[in-house]
Unconditional design. Structure first.
Length: 138
């Protein structure tokens, strides 16, 4: 191998290294700018919330105390816990999927259901909320 061949190989390796270094540095600067909220760059959200408005449904929506109910919902944050209040009483919590949807297990209506019969679901990360009602019958 001649000195000229070695010199060309060294320049090619050096040039490739410099190109890779500059590319990596540029990507790092873009990531830092995006995560710091620099003007012109938006901060990436922790969990993407669906574009639909949050909503919940209760099945059945009427019955006596101790009726087992299932609550379904959509439009909450991805992979977040959703807490439920029945009036002012904590009822239960459910976990959303990657699309912000959930289906609760069966929960019996408690004695406090009539005071009032409004159920509110609130995403514990997104803060998104929705309400529905249950009518207590005898």
């Amino acid at each position: 191998m001649t000195k000229a061949t070695i010199a060309r190989a060294t320049q090619a390796i050096s040039g490739n290294f410099v190109s890779q270094f500059l590319l990596a540095s540029s990507l790092l600067l873009l990531l830092v700018a995006a995560s710091s909220g620099t003007p012109g760059h938006s901060k990436a959200p922790a969990a993407v919330a669906p574009a639909t408005a949050p909503a919940i449904q209760i099945t059945p929506n009427h019955g006596p105390i101790h009726t087992p109910v299932v609550i379904t919902g959509q439009g909450f944050g991805a992979n977040e816990q959703v807490g439920f209040l029945w009036g002012t009483h904590p009822f239960f919590a459910a976990q959303t999927d990657a699309n912000g949807n959930f289906v609760s297990g069966s929960h019996p209506v408690q004695w406090y259901a009539a005071y009032p019969g409004v159920i509110k679901a609130t995403g514990r990360t997104s803060g998104r909320s929705a309400t529905t009602t249950f009518t207590v019958t005898n």
